[in-house]
Ligand binder design. Structure first.
Ligand code: DX5
Ligand code: ZN
Length: 233
């Protein structure tokens, strides 16, 4: 959303959202886990798609996305950690993905990929690995709907937050302000009750959280607790 009279700091008006990642959910009872997320009133459901090539882990694919779509009305936030995303974007959109996020490290023709996603009717996000510079998205910030700053090296849940990413989040929000872009900034990896307000005050407004939810008895209550915390950061 472009606001011509965008004033510094207006990003603080962006709605703060919780996006549970189901990577560490109990897949033997995935339906019930999705019900917990629905009852927790999450804002997005974050789906980590891993191919064992771009990242060392393999997670799940289109079939699981299709099944989850039948069980929720919460928008699906598809995080593609795969090589050659151009080959798979349409099938994840057809499966019900509402937001498709690709990694800048995997796209040779990112401008075309961003266009393809938007022409297919989905929202488009770009993700950056911790070591990847923000300059990689400089010429695309005007076209995307969301920027995802990885706060761990992608591939697994339950990793420790990389503190240097706080500076990157601040710089990312500044870059958006400079280009008059009022868009979502998502952070992913190692977020917990203790560090969530630091990432919010640095410029993020969408919080992905995975293992924190599913290691607790009640993912539903953990989502509500996290929503309450971010509301008051
Ligand atoms: C990691 C994934 C994350 C992960 C987050 O590559 O992209 O979405 O599941 O899990 P936690 O919150 O446990 O770090
Ligand atoms: Zn993710």
């Amino acid at each position: 959303m472009i606001i011509s009279m965008y004033k510094r700091g207006d990003w603080k008006m962006l709605r703060r959202k919780i996006a549970p990642s189901i990577l560490d959910a109990n897949f033997l009872k995935l339906g019930e886990q999705i019900d917990e997320i629905n009852e927790g009133e999450a804002d997005l459901i974050h789906l980590d798609i891993m191919d064992g090539c771009f990242v060392p882990n393999i997670s799940f694919g289109v079939k699981v996305v299709e099944s989850i779509k039948k069980r929720t009305s919460i928008p699906l936030d598809v995080h593609l950690m795969i090589e050659n995303p151009e080959k798979h974007i349409r099938s994840f959109i057809k499966a019900g993905g509402d937001i498709i996020t690709i990694h800048v490290e995997t796209g040779k023709h990112l401008d075309r990929l961003v266009q393809n996603i938007k022409e297919s009717g989905a929202k488009c996000g770009l993700a950056l690995n911790p070591a990847t510079s923000l300059s990689a998205v400089e010429y695309l910030i005007s076209k995307i709907d969301k920027l995802l700053v990885m706060t761990v090296n992608p591939g697994y849940g339950g990793q420790k937050f990389i503190p240097e990413m706080l500076l990157k989040i601040r710089k990312a929000r500044k870059m958006m302000e400079f280009s008059n872009r009022f868009i979502d900034l998502e952070v992913d990896g190692g977020i917990n009750f203790e560090n969530v307000c630091e990432v919010i005050s640095s410029g993020a407004n969408i919080i992905v959280t995975g293992s924190l939810l599913f290691k607790n008895k009640s993912p539903k209550n953990t989502i509500k607790k996290m929503k309450n915390i971010i509301k008051n950061c």
